[in-house]
Design a protein around this ligand. Structure first.
Ligand SMILES: C[S@@+](CC[C@H](N)C(=O)[O-])C[C@H]1O[C@@H](n2cnc3c(N)ncnc32)[C@H](O)[C@@H]1O
Length: 312
């Protein structure tokens, strides 16, 4: 079997997240094809990994890849926030998040993640999720489409794009990824059409985030992961854009500070104590070499935090 996704910041992740204890446990919240997990299992013969992914097709690839590790690996087809919220098992010494989607989704899934391909416009990680991208562009109001594209894509031409989508769908439903990319391309100014990135990049990102509820899952999951870790255990979060990174940065700062008093309070009265130490004062970025060899890693940022001993 071929694996198309290269794990990003692999050396840095292995350097920062070191399992400890007799038979340590890691939870890989975004298993994908298992790139990171397989590196950990190879490097640490006593390590066990629970790998989570909401996409059942990619999980099958990961299971195949991890077969050599026997019962040191278990896969669960689930949303990471839901799994962690109800997890009552052994405490992990590492929790890893590598947010977003895999190269597999663009290149092999056939679900319309890539604007360069002609595929059914779906983009759901969970096939049972209530609506697909085709449902959004064919049935949501123009205002709602514009809001999605603006909020989750930070797309400055969101209104023009939403208007073009709604005009087009009066004549026929939008069903294919390249069809949607063409509508977006035609709706933006020519300077943008021939700009640094494809004019549909931000809209496709926004629609994908919307169907999968990606952003709202991150903070509750990272927060819960910290709670679950053994003392001195570490959480690592790799993000790919500021909408993912910013809330993680604020959560880690809040946990490292401990105080939950309102910012205008003259002094702390809540008695909150720090629960983590931030290891990466500045997030770790890929080297120039990695960016060259693996272009999807270009925008990656790794933040790491260590859980403190709980004091009474
Ligand atoms: C960037 S890829 C992970 C790649 C993996 N680290 C590797 O090296 O092969 C992210 C994976 O997480 C999954 N995913 C994204 N958000 C998720 C969520 N909230 N819950 C569960 N899985 C999620 C996606 O389906 C995708 O396979």
């Amino acid at each position: 079997m071929e694996y198309v996704h290269q794990p990003v910041l692999a050396n840095e992740v292995l350097e920062q997240l070191v399992p400890f204890g007799a038979h340590p446990l890691m939870i890989d919240c975004t298993l994908g094809e298992g790139g990171h997990t397989s590196l950990f299992l190879k490097k640490y013969p006593d390590l066990r990994v629970i790998g989570l992914d909401r996409d059942h097709t990619i999980i099958e690839k990961a299971k195949h890849r991890m077969a050599e590790f026997g019962d040191r690996f278990a896969a669960v087809n689930t949303w990471f926030d839901e799994f962690l919220a109800s997890y009552a098992g052994e405490a992990p010494s590492i929790v890893l998040f590598d947010l977003g989607i895999s190269v597999y989704h663009y290149e092999e899934s056939g679900r319309g993640f890539s604007f360069g391909r002609s595929e059914e416009l779906d983009m759901r990680l969970d096939p049972d999720a209530p609506f697909s991208v085709a449902d959004i562009v064919n049935t949501f109001t123009e205002q709602r489409i514009a809001d999605i594209i603006y909020t989750f894509g930070e797309e400055r031409y969101s209104r023009r794009i939403a208007a073009a989508i709604c005009t087009y769908r009066k004549t026929q439903p939008i069903t294919r990824s390249d069809e949607l990319a063409g509508i977006i391309r035609q709706s933006v100014p020519s300077s943008y059409r021939y700009g640094r990135i494809h004019p549909a990049t931000r809209s496709f990102q926004a629609l994908r985030i919307a169907v999968n509820g990606e952003l709202e899952r991150i903070v509750p999951a990272v927060d819960k992961a910290i709670e679950l870790l053994v003392p001195q255990g570490r959480v690592g979060v790799i993000s790919f854009h500021s909408l993912e990174d910013r809330p993680v940065k604020y959560l880690l700062r809040k946990r490292a500070d401990g105080c939950v008093c309102p910012p205008q309070a003259p002094r702390c009265t809540c008695g909150g104590k720090p629960s983590i130490k931030i290891i990466t004062k500045k997030p770790i970025a890929p080297t120039d070499d990695e960016c060259r060899q693996n272009p999807p890693s270009r925008s990656a940022k790794l933040r790491v935090a260590e859980k403190l001993e709980v004091t009474a």
